[in-house]
Design a binder for this molecule. Sequence first.
Ligand SMILES: Nc1ncnc2c1ncn2[C@@H]1O[C@H](COP(=O)(O)OP(=O)(O)OP(=O)(O)O)[C@@H](O)[C@H]1O
Ligand SMILES: [Mg+2]
Length: 256
Amino acid sequence: MSNLLEIKNATLKFGGVTAVNDLTFSVEEGEVYAIVGPNGAGKSTVFNLISRFYDPYAGSINFDGNNLLDRNADAVADLGIARTFQNIELFDHATVLQNLLVGRHRHRSTNLLQEALFTSKVRREEKRHREAVEEVIDFLDLQPYRDKMIAGLPYGVRKVVELGRALASGPRLLLLDEPASGLSVEETQDMRWWIDDIRKQMGITVLMVEHDMGLVSGVSDRVLALADGAKLAEGTPAQVQSDPAVIEAYLGAGAA
Ligand SMILES: Nc1ncnc2c1ncn2[C@@H]1O[C@H](COP(=O)(O)OP(=O)(O)OP(=O)(O)O)[C@@H](O)[C@H]1O
Ligand SMILES: [Mg+2]
């Protein structure tokens, strides 16, 4: 296997806080790689660096041979990196279907004039977007909610729609920021099967931040433990969970 994503010596500071501290890790094509760590460890900040919401202070980020630091957030999405957010970000006053169609945005190759004239190319593309979105709706069992407004949906369903919006873009790398947070035991179990299928059936590489160690152990090939923005340990879920430095970071955070 080869590295799809490589982060080398990345550092990001917010004022006096070093949120990411000389961090190096890579994600292999086809794996599920999890980042764990106490609150404030810098996990979401790593995602924001990859998504190009923030510029690192130092270091490099490469995706499939492309230097991401040369690109903006839109260009990163165009390369095939999609994400979900720790706090769900959807259009509340649009339907599930409409939100998923927004996820297809990066694939639009027609221009405004063509759309105004509604050429056959536009019709073909529209059909392709619809088909891709209907596949995601089937995959995630979202049929009952297809035409419902996001605002009225239970939290657990909105969480699935957000996963769907990221999937609809047809990514090569999916970044999931706490996919199971706030979910019930049954919903977490569903999330686990979906992440497994996303990797095995769709062949999408997954980089996931998650606190639920049951889910992390269940789906991840490798785990990175972060504390204060730096790497504490990396290895299989079992290796990382039994690492003395990791245990101390969690107990220390709990005792503080
Ligand atoms: N935009 C920002 N401005 C200032 N400080 C920030 C900003 N974003 C994050 N931080 C700080 O950077 C550190 C890392 O935050 P981050 O959100 O990455 O943590 P996390 O590991 O995702 O935590 P959690 O498990 O609570 O989501 C924290 O100290 C946080 O307060
Ligand atoms: Mg976070």
